[in-house]
Ligand binder design. Structure first.
Ligand SMILES: Cc1cc2nc3c(=O)[nH]c(=O)nc-3n(C[C@H](O)[C@H](O)[C@H](O)COP(=O)(O)O)c2cc1C
Length: 194
């Protein structure tokens, strides 16, 4: 049976996280991706990567207009395994935390939570005020995984792509789809297992 993963991309900086996630999910067998791109994501995607909506859509199995709150992703009867918002803006995170389903990303995330499926939010903002932190607590209490893309430096990344992939690989782990290219603690020079 095919697995279905919803990928929401919002207008936080770090479009490359969503782009790399879609690229990596493409190579997973028996898996279909369902992309929702916000208007702000189209803007940051162009500013940061020079990509237009058609480039994003080419990476996904299916894509849906953000306004299409009547499509299958808006219903719990369409069975998905998980949803990732990468990157996730404070705007979208706050809307999900409050249940304000005013666009398809927020509605699909709300459906993911109500159906008790895995929701992973790669929230990107700093510094965080108390309201942001309270929303993160509320989301964690509701079952979401708040997973900001925070790079690790212990494996000595040499390129931006290596930094990005480190966070993307952690998300793939959370999806239960570990990548064979992921750098892991045991691979580090100087780390010995018993
Ligand atoms: C270049 C650029 C970078 C941005 N970076 C962030 C960011 O890192 N985090 C964030 O929460 N919003 C950021 N924003 C603002 C969001 O795009 C804005 O709040 C937008 O309304 C989010 O809408 P969306 O959640 O529907 O994508 C950025 C905007 C631009 C133009």
């Amino acid at each position: 049976m095919k697995r279905h993963i919803v990928v929401g991309v919002t207008g936080a900086s770090g479009s490359i996280y969503g782009y790399r996630l879609l690229e990596q999910l493409r190579s997973v067998k028996d898996l279909e991706t369902h992309l929702i791109l916000s208007r702000a994501a189209e803007r940051t995607g162009f500013l940061e990567l020079g990509k237009v909506a058609a480039d994003w859509k080419a990476l996904a199995g299916h894509s849906y207009p953000i306004e299409d709150i009547g499509c299958r992703l808006a219903s719990g009867s369409f069975v998905t395994s998980a949803m990732v918002v990468a990157p996730c803006s404070i705007h979208t995170m706050s809307a999900i935390a409050s249940g304000i389903s005013s666009n398809l990303i927020v509605r699909a995330a709300d459906v993911t939570l109500k159906e008790r499926r895995r929701l992973i939010l790669m929230v990107r903002e700093t510094p965080l005020h108390l309201g942001h932190l309270r929303s993160m607590v509320a989301l964690t209490e509701m079952g979401a995984v708040v997973a900001p893309p925070i790079p690790g430096f212990y494996y000595k990344p040499a390129t931006v792509l290596e930094l990005v992939d480190h966070s993307v690989h952690r998300v793939l782990d959370l999806l239960g789809l570990p990548s064979s290219n992921a750098r892991r603690w045991d691979d580090l020079p100087g780390v010995e297992s018993e």
